[in-house]
Design a protein around this ligand. Sequence first.
Ligand code: SAH
Length: 354
Amino acid sequence: MTPLADILARRIAMTGPITLADYMNECLLHPDHGYYTTRDPLGRAGDFTTAPEISQMFGEMIGLFLAQVWIDQGRPAPFILAEPGPGRGTLMADILRATRAVPGFSDAARIHLIEASPILRAAQRQRLADHDVEWHETPETLPDAPLFLVANEFFDALPIRQFQRDAGGWRECQIGLANGSLAFGLAAAAPIAALDHRLADTHQGDIVEICPAAGPVIAGIAARIAAHGGIALIVDYGGWGSLGDTFQALRAHHPEDPLANPGLADLTAHVDFRALARAASALRHSTLTPQGVFLERLGITERARQLALRLSGDALDSHIAAHRRLTHPQEMGTLFHVLALWPIGAAEPPGVTP
Ligand code: SAH
């Protein structure tokens, strides 16, 4: 048993079963034993690899995307360049390098990062040592100004609740104890107001998930963009509307039982982009655009060719593999999607399908 499994088992024995959201929150962010609070999980030696860690081209394309939107919106200055869940700071570093040549962009940008993990904050501080950066616990404390925000694999880390439809309403998936060990169970059926709209598109036995933290986060971001201008670009895996059990654990690049090693494995769920778009109803939103299509439209293949000219041997092979991994339909190209949110009346952003 991990130390956190022990803590959770004792808590459940005293006060009863907990929701998946409670479990995820403890596993990811417990001050002493949380997954993100105690380690840098990224890269080959860690548990998972993300697009910015695969190739600099990912951040370069997003940098050019943000710069184009900034120019189309009349070059507001100053503006907030924000990223929730910035990992090692690689995406932000690549954005800043790629946009250096855009007149006025760097001078006008105020960099704000939203990060819960002290260890990753330290990595970001080191990576972005040449820049002034402010850190936040939540997006709520971002300053009121035009907001240009990008989030890659952030929303999938926010805790979810899971429900199964039943004749009498919805039965919530809970974590209780069986023979002293953590075990999944279902609570009694009850009506759930937040799922009333799902009665139209689900059937008995279907599983749906909601992410209670995502709504307020997106609504706050959307209110700032609606009032001051800017854009939010959300990149993640998931779909349009949630259906089915997507709660998963990843450790050392392999899936495992999410209850097996609390605090030692990354826990995620698919992002429901429709729920994000609904929470941002003050803005226009794109349709869900596959990451591969988005990056191709922004010119990743041309950039890949340029970079390839300076490479040979193993470096060239891994560069070609990285391009393929980011864009190919059988790799991250269609597994990951992009949702853009921008002010009503502003120009349509590049790359996404409106
Ligand atoms: N965007 C990065 C890292 C993705 S991992 C990349 O693409 O490489 C998820 C990130 O979100 C980590 O930085 C993690 O510490 C952060 N995070 C997770 N839950 C959070 C929360 N509730 N508040 C703030 N940051 C959180």
